[in-house]
Ligand binder design. Structure first.
Ligand SMILES: NC(=O)C1=CN([C@@H]2O[C@H](COP(=O)(O)OP(=O)(O)OC[C@H]3O[C@@H](n4cnc5c(N)ncnc54)[C@H](OP(=O)(O)O)[C@@H]3O)[C@@H](O)[C@H]2O)C=CC1
Ligand SMILES: O=C(O)C(=O)Cc1ccc(O)cc1
Length: 434
C-alpha cells in the first residue's frame, strides 16, 4: 500500500458546506488536506483558507487526486458520475476513494466505472448537516472494494469527528436512508407546500401555535432554507425512496378520504392498528422528552397559548400508516438516523403514546372543519412531491422547491436561529438512542 498514517494526506473534491466542514475539522485534528472546488472558485477559496496552514487549495480535482491518499468527493449527487469520470483516472496509485453523497448506488457505480483497478473504495456518509456537531451522530462507513486495513485507515482518519461509526453495505445504506431521510423530507416539504398554497404563515395563526406545531414549522423552514439539490438527490436517485414516498402519499390520501367521508370508526381502527404495529411494547426506547414545556420555547410566534389547539395531525397519522404498510419499525433505523428523523419520530411518538391526544386528533379530523382545507392542500402536496420524485426530473424539483422557499425566505434568519436552538436542546436529550 505504501502509505503511512504519519505522512498521509486527505483530498477533498467539492468545497461546499460539507466539504468545508470536513476540511476544517480534519485539519484541526492535524491532517494535511488537499482541496478543490470548481476551477472558478479557486481564488476565493484560496483566500478563505489562507490562514489554515494544513489546507492547500488546488485549481482542480486532477491535482488533488494525484497527491492524496484518501480522496473524498463532496459534490452534488446529480453530478457525481461526471466529476468522478473527470478526475477519477488521476487518482494516486494505491489510494482510497470515498464520497459524501447521500445516496450510494450512483456514487459507487461511478467509482466502479471510472476509478483505476488499483484504487480502493471506502465510502462514507455523515448523517447530519454541516452546522451540526458531528459528536455522537451516526457516520456510515462502506467497505466497498477495500482491504480491512484500508477500512481501518479511513476509520482512524474520521475518528476525530467523535461520530458513531456504522458499517453497512451501499445497498443497506440506501434502503434505510430512504426512510430516515427521504420520507421525512417529503412530509415537511408537503407541509410547506400546503401552507404556501393556502397563503399562510402558520406561526401567525393560532391553530398552529405551540407544542409540536413549533417543530413542524421550524423544521419545514429549516429544510426550505437549505440547498434544493441535497433533498432532490437523495430522493430522486434512490429507488427505495420513490416507493416509500409513494406509500406516504397514498397513506395521506386514504386517511384524508376517511376524514372527509366522516368514517370515524374505520379511521380509528386503521390509525390504531398502524400505531400498534409501529409502537410495539418494549420498543419505546428512552423517553424522547418532546414535552410541550420544551417545545413551546421555540415558537416563531409572539402569541402565547392556553392549551394545545386541536389538530387532525394528518401528516403524523399518515407517516405511521406508511411505516406500518411498509413493515418499517423506525426504531430499527436509529443507526442511520439524522437529527430531523429523530425529531420527526419524537413528535410522532408524542402523539401516538398519548391516547387522549390521539383520540382528540381523530375526533378533530372527523368533527372539525377547521383543518379541512389545510389537509386538502397537504394531500395534494404529498402526491405532487411523490410524482415529482418519481418522474426524476431535477429541474422541476428545483422549480417547486425554490418557489416555495422564496415564499418563506423573509423568515429564514429568525427561523434558522430558533431552529438551531431547538435542535440543540432537543437533540441533547435524544442523541444517545439504543
Ligand atoms: N448539506 C447537508 O446537510 C449534507 C449533504 N450531504 C451530501 O454531501 C454532498 C455535498 O453537499 P453540500 O456540501 O451540502 O453541497 P454544496 O452545494 O454546498 O457543495 C457541493 C460543492 O461541489 C462543488 N462542485 C461541483 N462540481 C464540481 C467539480 N467538478 N469539481 C469540484 N467541485 C465541484 C460545487 O460547486 P458549485 O456550487 O459552484 O457547483 C459545490 O461547491 C452532496 O452530495 C450532499 O447530498 C451529505 C450530508 C449532509
Ligand atoms: O437531517 C436531515 O435530514 C437533513 O436535512 C440534513 C442532511 C441532509 C442530507 C444528508 O445526507 C444528511 C443530513
Amino acid at each position: 500500500m505504501g502509505r503511512t498514517m504519519e505522512d498521509a494526506s486527505i483530498g477533498i473534491i467539492g468545497m461546499g458546506d460539507m466539504g468545508k466542514m470536513y476540511a476544517q475539522r480534519l485539519s484541526d485534528a492535524g491532517w494535511r488536506i488537499n482541496a478543490c472546488d470548481r476551477p472558478e472558485n479557486y481564488e476565493s477559496l484560496k483566500q478563505e483558507f489562507a490562514s489554515q496552514q494544513r489546507v492547500t487549495l488546488f485549481p482542480n480535482g486532477h491535482l488533488v487526486s494525484r497527491l492524496s491518499d484518501f480522496i473524498l468527493y463532496s459534490v452534488e449527487a446529480g453530478v457525481i458520475d461526471r466529476v468522478v469520470a473527470q478526475y477519477g483516472p488521476s487518482t494516486k496509485v494505491g489510494a482510497i476513494v470515498g464520497g459524501q453523497t447521500s445516496c450510494k448506488a450512483p456514487e459507487l457505480a461511478a467509482f466502479e466505472k471510472h476509478l483505476p483497478s488499483d484504487v480502493e473504495i471506502v465510502s462514507c456518509h455523515s448523517l447530519h448537516g454541516p452546522k451540526v456537531n458531528p459528536r455522537g451522530q451516526p457516520l456510515v462507513l462502506i467497505q466497498h472494494r477495500a482491504s480491512d486495513e484500508s477500512l481501518q485507515f479511513v476509520d482512524r482518519i474520521l475518528s476525530c469527528f467523535g461520530s458513531k461509526h456504522v458499517y453497512l453495505t451501499g445497498e443497506m445504506h440506501d434502503r434505510i436512508t430512504a426512510d430516515t431521510q427521504a420520507v421525512t423530507h417529503a412530509a415537511f416539504l408537503s407541509m410547506g407546500t400546503a401552507w404556501q398554497a393556502n397563503k399562510q404563515f402558520p406561526w401567525e395563526i393560532s391553530r398552529w401555535v405551540g407544542g409540536i406545531e413549533n417543530v413542524k414549522i421550524n423544521i419545514t423552514l429549516r429544510i426550505y432554507s437549505n440547498k434544493w439539490h441535497v433533498y432532490a438527490g437523495l430522493a430522486i436517485l434512490n429507488p427505495a425512496a420513490k416507493e416509500q414516498i409513494r406509500q406516504y402519499a397514498e397513506s395521506v390520501t386514504d386517511l384524508y378520504k376517511l376524514m372527509l367521508g366522516g368514517h370515524r370508526d374505520e379511521l380509528k381502527r386503521r390509525v390504531k392498528a398502524a400505531g400498534a404495529a409501529v409502537f410495539r411494547e418494549g420498543q419505546e426506547g428512552q423517553d424522547l422528552l418532546l414535552k410541550d414545556e420544551v417545545l413551546d420555547r421555540f415558537s416563531l410566534s409572539n402569541r402565547s397559548r392556553e392549551k394545545s389547539p386541536p389538530n387532525s395531525h394528518l401528516s403524523l397519522l399518515a407517516i405511521v400508516d406508511c411505516w406500518s404498510k411498509l413493515g418499517i419499525v423506525p426504531y430499527d433505523h436509529m443507526i442511520c438516523s439524522t437529527p430531523l428523523f429523530r425529531l420527526w419520530l419524537g413528535v410522532t411518538e408524542y402523539l401516538f403514546r398519548n391516547s387522549e391526544l390521539l383520540e382528540e386528533a381523530i375526533d378533530t379530523a372527523i368533527d372539525d372543519n377547521t383543518f379541512r382545507s389545510d389537509d386538502l392542500e397537504f394531500t395534494f402536496a404529498a402526491r405532487a412531491w411523490s410524482d415529482c420524485v418519481s418522474f426524476g426530473d431535477f429541474e422541476s424539483y428545483r422549480d417547486r422547491f425554490e418557489r416555495i422557499a422564496s415564499y418563506f425566505a423573509p423568515r429564514f434568519p429568525e427561523a434558522s436561529q430558533l431552529g438551531n436552538e431547538m435542535m440543540k436542546t432537543i437533540l441533547e436529550k435524544t442523541t444517545n438512542q439504543p
